[in-house]
Design a protein around this ligand. Structure first.
Ligand code: DHB
Length: 390
């Protein structure tokens, strides 16, 4: 088999890259270890920055997002029994859309298949070869048959546990990591929305987040022990925790409903630099992880492949290599901005077991500041909608 660009991983980075390359007349093959059903049903994040929404729309895969996603012009910060709004649109002119990641994946898979794109699901034994030569290849097994895919470039979009990152020699790579000693307990609930906008809550008992998926399905999270097991939590205990952390003293409260999904995710910050080696380029979670606070993960994957698709286009159309050479440095500017924002918001909003009472009051002081100073609120809003210049 031969193609121009071999893509490992059919997550947001891999599928969107394949779609963007197709629109530029560049051929690719996407290899995915999981099944199509699995990627189309795994519950992940759900906030799309304005730039992500615009890109999906401009490239013809935004119709369902526009019809079914919810546009939000602000969010609320809950602390000390009150709620204060961050007016995203008033402060930045931009907004966000709440639309689940697996719905974005469904739309991208459908677009690739409609264009006869080559997508291989359930592949195993993937390995990368000759990435530091001009003739790299990917070996894998599909339907019981060993295959070799020869390509001009290999793009690693296979997440933090994938094989691609390890194909960059450790001596050329710096890994930067911070593991947080807490996780998020996530639930899906059959209920009407508790609020018109997302609520990020800081409370002595820990962080909580009220988000949405549709008029009838809500997504909520609360800080927990990452080693805890979801079965240990009865519905009553979950609601008690959410009420304690989110309800405000003026009577506004979380609306209960039937919980039909529970999961726990760990939290860490991670960056692996460089993101390229010879003909291998990493994009999305293969190169970096953010804690979910601030919802940057999917949006960073999108910005990586936007940069990469332009660089590959310049290579194929004009034989230019400057944009490819600069890929890692270009992508990392935005990645480090998002790493800082996600870390900052995580530290401001979560119960930190090593924080002294003094530092806990600093968290509240900072929340007071970002909700009263227009300059501070604007900085937060620009980061949240993804409009900071980098
Ligand atoms: C959601 C996830 C996030 O990490 C966040 O910051 C906001 C919303 C969500 O899944 O809806």
């Amino acid at each position: 088999m031969r193609t121009q660009v071999g893509i490992v991983g059919a997550g947001p980075a891999g599928l969107l890259l394949s779609h963007l390359l197709h629109l530029r007349g560049i051929e690719s093959v996407v290899l995915e270890a999981r099944g199509r059903d699995q990627i189309e049903s795994t519950i992940r994040a759900g906030v799309l920055e304005q730039g992500t929404m615009d890109l999906l729309t401009e490239t013809g895969v935004g119709a369902r997002m526009r019809a079914e996603g919810a546009v939000h012009h602000g969010f609320e910060l809950a602390f000390e029994g009150q709620r204060r709004r961050i007016d995203l649109t008033g402060l930045t002119g931009k907004s966000i859309t709440v639309y689940a990641q697996h719905e974005v994946l469904k739309d991208l898979v459908a677009a690739r298949l409609a264009a006869n794109g080559a997508l291989y699901f359930n592949v195993s034994g993937t390995s990368l070869h000759g990435v530091d030569t001009d003739t790299p290849s990917i070996r894998f097994t599909h339907d019981g048959e060993a295959q070799v895919l020869h390509c001009d470039f290999v793009i690693g979009c296979d997440g933090s546990q994938g094989v691609s990152r390890a194909a960059i020699p450790a001596a050329l790579r710096n890994d930067y990591e911070r593991v947080f000693p807490f996780g998020w307990f996530g639930i899906l609930v059959e209920a009407p929305p508790s609020s018109d906008e997302l609520i990020y809550a800081r409370h002595e008992r820990g962080f909580a987040l009220v988000s949405t998926r549709s008029p009838n399905v809500q997504r909520m999270y609360f800080q927990c022990d990452p080693k805890d097991s979801a079965d240990q939590w009865s519905d009553d205990r979950i609601w008690a925790e959410l009420h304690a952390r989110v309800d405000s003293s003026d009577g506004r409260h979380v609306v209960e409903g039937r919980i039909f999904q529970k999961n726990i995710v760990g939290m860490r910050s991670f960056v692996s630099a460089t993101m390229q080696h010879g003909r291998l380029f990493l994009a999305g979670d293969a190169a970096h992880i953010v804690p979910p606070t601030g919802a940057k993960g999917l949006n960073l994957a999108v910005s990586d492949v936007r940069v990469l698709s332009r660089a590959l286009d310049a290579f194929y159309k004009e034989r230019r290599t400057d944009l490819l050479d600069a890929y890692s440095a270009t992508a990392l500017r935005r990645i480090w901005r998002a790493e800082h924002f996600s870390y900052w918001m995580t530290r401001m909003m979560h119960r930190l077991d090593d924080a002294s009472p003094f530092e806990q009051r600093l968290q509240v002081a900072e929340l007071e500041h970002v909700t009263t100073s227009r300059a501070a609120a604007t900085a937060m809003a620009e980061n949240y909608v993804g409009s900071v210049a980098v």
